[in-house]
Design a protein around this ligand. Sequence first.
Ligand code: AMP
Length: 185
Amino acid sequence: MPLPVHSVCVFCGARPGARPAYAEAARATGALLAARNWRLVYGAGDVGLMGEVARAAQAAGGATFGVIPAHLFPLEVGKRDLTAFVVTETMHERKKVMYMNSDAIVVLPGGAGSLDEFFEVLTWRQIGLHTKPIFLLDTEGYWQPLIALVENIVAEGFAAPSLRDFVVTVPDVAALEAALVTAFG
Ligand code: AMP
Protein backbone atom coordinates (compact mmCIF):
# COMPACT_ATOMS: atom_id res chain seq x y z
CA MET A 1 0.00 0.00 0.00
CA PRO A 2 1.26 3.54 -0.72
CA LEU A 3 1.99 5.76 2.27
CA PRO A 4 -1.21 7.27 3.70
CA VAL A 5 -1.87 10.84 2.56
CA HIS A 6 -4.33 11.67 5.33
CA SER A 7 -4.31 10.99 9.05
CA VAL A 8 -7.43 10.78 11.18
CA CYS A 9 -7.25 11.28 14.93
CA VAL A 10 -9.80 9.16 16.77
CA PHE A 11 -10.82 10.00 20.34
CA CYS A 12 -12.93 7.33 22.02
CA GLY A 13 -13.63 5.48 25.23
CA ALA A 14 -11.05 3.44 27.08
CA ARG A 15 -14.07 1.30 28.04
CA PRO A 16 -16.38 -0.59 25.67
CA GLY A 17 -19.56 1.16 26.85
CA ALA A 18 -22.88 -0.47 27.62
CA ARG A 19 -24.12 -1.22 24.09
CA PRO A 20 -22.60 -3.60 21.51
CA ALA A 21 -23.22 -0.89 18.89
CA TYR A 22 -20.34 1.16 20.30
CA ALA A 23 -17.72 -1.53 19.70
CA GLU A 24 -19.27 -2.29 16.31
CA ALA A 25 -18.95 1.38 15.31
CA ALA A 26 -15.35 1.45 16.57
CA ARG A 27 -14.47 -1.62 14.50
CA ALA A 28 -16.20 -0.18 11.44
CA THR A 29 -14.24 3.05 11.90
CA GLY A 30 -10.93 1.18 12.05
CA ALA A 31 -11.85 -0.84 8.95
CA LEU A 32 -12.92 2.32 7.10
CA LEU A 33 -9.62 4.07 7.80
CA ALA A 34 -7.65 1.08 6.55
CA ALA A 35 -9.83 0.66 3.45
CA ARG A 36 -9.31 4.30 2.54
CA ASN A 37 -5.60 4.16 3.38
CA TRP A 38 -6.05 6.87 6.00
CA ARG A 39 -3.70 6.54 8.96
CA LEU A 40 -5.27 6.05 12.38
CA VAL A 41 -3.86 8.37 15.05
CA TYR A 42 -5.07 7.49 18.54
CA GLY A 43 -4.15 7.05 22.19
CA ALA A 44 -2.28 3.75 21.72
CA GLY A 45 -4.39 1.81 24.21
CA ASP A 46 -5.52 -1.79 23.77
CA VAL A 47 -8.62 -1.41 25.93
CA GLY A 48 -12.24 -0.51 25.28
CA LEU A 49 -13.16 1.22 22.04
CA MET A 50 -9.54 2.34 21.59
CA GLY A 51 -8.46 -1.27 21.23
CA GLU A 52 -11.39 -2.06 18.94
CA VAL A 53 -10.54 0.75 16.49
CA ALA A 54 -6.85 -0.12 16.40
CA ARG A 55 -7.24 -3.88 16.03
CA ALA A 56 -9.77 -3.43 13.22
CA ALA A 57 -7.48 -1.00 11.39
CA GLN A 58 -4.53 -3.36 11.79
CA ALA A 59 -6.51 -6.41 10.70
CA ALA A 60 -7.42 -4.62 7.48
CA GLY A 61 -3.82 -3.64 6.83
CA GLY A 62 -4.10 0.02 7.84
CA ALA A 63 -1.38 2.29 9.18
CA THR A 64 -1.63 3.06 12.89
CA PHE A 65 0.08 5.72 14.98
CA GLY A 66 -0.37 5.53 18.75
CA VAL A 67 0.63 8.05 21.41
CA ILE A 68 0.46 7.23 25.10
CA PRO A 69 1.80 8.93 28.23
CA ALA A 70 4.14 6.74 30.31
CA HIS A 71 1.90 6.70 33.38
CA LEU A 72 -1.05 5.30 31.39
CA PHE A 73 0.98 2.58 29.72
CA PRO A 74 -0.03 -0.16 32.19
CA LEU A 75 -3.59 1.11 32.72
CA GLU A 76 -4.54 1.40 29.05
CA VAL A 77 -2.35 -1.55 27.99
CA GLY A 78 -0.04 0.29 25.60
CA LYS A 79 -0.28 -1.32 22.19
CA ARG A 80 3.28 -1.69 20.95
CA ASP A 81 2.63 -3.46 17.64
CA LEU A 82 1.40 -0.33 15.88
CA THR A 83 3.05 1.09 12.77
CA ALA A 84 4.40 3.86 14.97
CA PHE A 85 4.26 4.05 18.75
CA VAL A 86 5.24 7.06 20.85
CA VAL A 87 5.45 7.28 24.64
CA THR A 88 5.20 10.81 26.02
CA GLU A 89 5.97 12.14 29.48
CA THR A 90 2.65 13.86 29.97
CA MET A 91 -0.97 13.81 28.86
CA HIS A 92 -0.53 17.28 27.38
CA GLU A 93 2.31 16.06 25.17
CA ARG A 94 0.20 13.11 24.10
CA LYS A 95 -2.65 15.31 22.98
CA LYS A 96 -0.31 17.69 21.19
CA VAL A 97 1.45 14.91 19.26
CA MET A 98 -1.89 13.31 18.31
CA TYR A 99 -3.38 16.58 17.17
CA MET A 100 -0.29 17.79 15.30
CA ASN A 101 -0.08 14.58 13.29
CA SER A 102 -3.73 14.57 12.18
CA ASP A 103 -5.76 16.17 9.42
CA ALA A 104 -9.18 15.55 10.95
CA ILE A 105 -10.60 14.64 14.36
CA VAL A 106 -13.25 11.97 14.92
CA VAL A 107 -14.87 11.53 18.33
CA LEU A 108 -16.52 8.18 18.98
CA PRO A 109 -18.56 7.45 22.10
CA GLY A 110 -16.43 7.81 25.19
CA GLY A 111 -16.20 9.25 28.67
CA ALA A 112 -14.59 12.22 30.39
CA GLY A 113 -11.25 11.71 28.64
CA SER A 114 -12.88 11.79 25.21
CA LEU A 115 -14.80 14.92 26.22
CA ASP A 116 -11.60 16.61 27.40
CA GLU A 117 -10.02 15.86 24.03
CA PHE A 118 -13.13 17.00 22.15
CA PHE A 119 -13.39 20.31 23.99
CA GLU A 120 -9.71 21.00 23.57
CA VAL A 121 -9.84 20.70 19.78
CA LEU A 122 -13.19 22.56 19.71
CA THR A 123 -11.90 25.49 21.76
CA TRP A 124 -8.67 25.62 19.75
CA ARG A 125 -10.78 25.79 16.62
CA GLN A 126 -12.94 28.52 18.18
CA ILE A 127 -9.93 30.71 18.87
CA GLY A 128 -8.41 30.07 15.45
CA LEU A 129 -5.51 27.82 16.43
CA HIS A 130 -6.45 25.31 13.74
CA THR A 131 -8.99 24.60 11.00
CA LYS A 132 -9.12 20.81 11.22
CA PRO A 133 -12.62 19.38 10.84
CA ILE A 134 -14.15 17.76 13.92
CA PHE A 135 -16.67 14.93 13.57
CA LEU A 136 -18.90 13.43 16.25
CA LEU A 137 -19.91 9.85 15.53
CA ASP A 138 -23.34 9.82 17.12
CA THR A 139 -23.81 6.06 17.48
CA GLU A 140 -27.34 5.35 18.72
CA GLY A 141 -27.67 9.03 19.62
CA TYR A 142 -24.96 8.82 22.26
CA TRP A 143 -23.80 12.41 21.72
CA GLN A 144 -27.26 14.04 21.66
CA PRO A 145 -26.83 15.50 25.18
CA LEU A 146 -23.48 16.99 24.11
CA ILE A 147 -25.01 18.49 20.97
CA ALA A 148 -27.82 19.94 23.11
CA LEU A 149 -25.20 21.41 25.45
CA VAL A 150 -23.40 23.10 22.55
CA GLU A 151 -26.76 24.48 21.31
CA ASN A 152 -27.50 25.78 24.80
CA ILE A 153 -24.11 27.45 25.08
CA VAL A 154 -24.88 29.36 21.86
CA ALA A 155 -28.52 30.07 22.82
CA GLU A 156 -27.47 31.48 26.20
CA GLY A 157 -24.93 33.79 24.64
CA PHE A 158 -21.70 32.13 25.76
CA ALA A 159 -20.45 31.41 22.24
CA ALA A 160 -20.96 32.68 18.71
CA PRO A 161 -23.28 30.57 16.53
CA SER A 162 -20.18 29.51 14.60
CA LEU A 163 -19.34 27.20 17.51
CA ARG A 164 -21.88 24.68 16.28
CA ASP A 165 -20.50 24.89 12.73
CA PHE A 166 -17.14 23.61 13.95
CA VAL A 167 -18.69 20.25 14.79
CA VAL A 168 -20.11 17.91 12.16
CA THR A 169 -22.36 15.22 13.59
CA VAL A 170 -22.71 11.98 11.65
CA PRO A 171 -25.09 9.16 12.58
CA ASP A 172 -23.01 6.21 11.40
CA VAL A 173 -19.73 5.16 9.82
CA ALA A 174 -21.08 5.36 6.25
CA ALA A 175 -21.92 9.02 6.85
CA LEU A 176 -18.53 9.53 8.49
CA GLU A 177 -16.82 8.16 5.39
CA ALA A 178 -18.76 10.54 3.14
CA ALA A 179 -17.98 13.49 5.41
CA LEU A 180 -14.27 12.67 5.52
CA VAL A 181 -14.10 12.24 1.74
CA THR A 182 -15.67 15.70 1.38
CA ALA A 183 -13.32 17.19 3.96
CA PHE A 184 -10.21 15.76 2.30
CA GLY A 185 -11.42 16.92 -1.12
P1 AMP B 1 -12.39 7.99 28.34
O1 AMP B 1 -13.22 8.66 27.28
O2 AMP B 1 -12.57 8.63 29.69
O3 AMP B 1 -12.58 6.52 28.37
O4 AMP B 1 -10.89 8.26 27.96
C1 AMP B 1 -10.47 8.12 26.64
C2 AMP B 1 -9.04 8.52 26.51
O5 AMP B 1 -8.88 9.84 27.01
C3 AMP B 1 -8.09 7.64 27.32
O6 AMP B 1 -6.94 7.41 26.53
C4 AMP B 1 -7.72 8.51 28.47
O7 AMP B 1 -6.41 8.27 28.88
C5 AMP B 1 -7.80 9.88 27.90
N1 AMP B 1 -7.98 10.85 28.97
C6 AMP B 1 -8.48 10.65 30.21
N2 AMP B 1 -8.45 11.79 30.93
C7 AMP B 1 -7.92 12.73 30.15
C8 AMP B 1 -7.60 14.10 30.31
N3 AMP B 1 -7.82 14.75 31.44
N4 AMP B 1 -7.06 14.72 29.26
C9 AMP B 1 -6.86 14.09 28.11
N5 AMP B 1 -7.12 12.81 27.90
C10 AMP B 1 -7.64 12.12 28.90
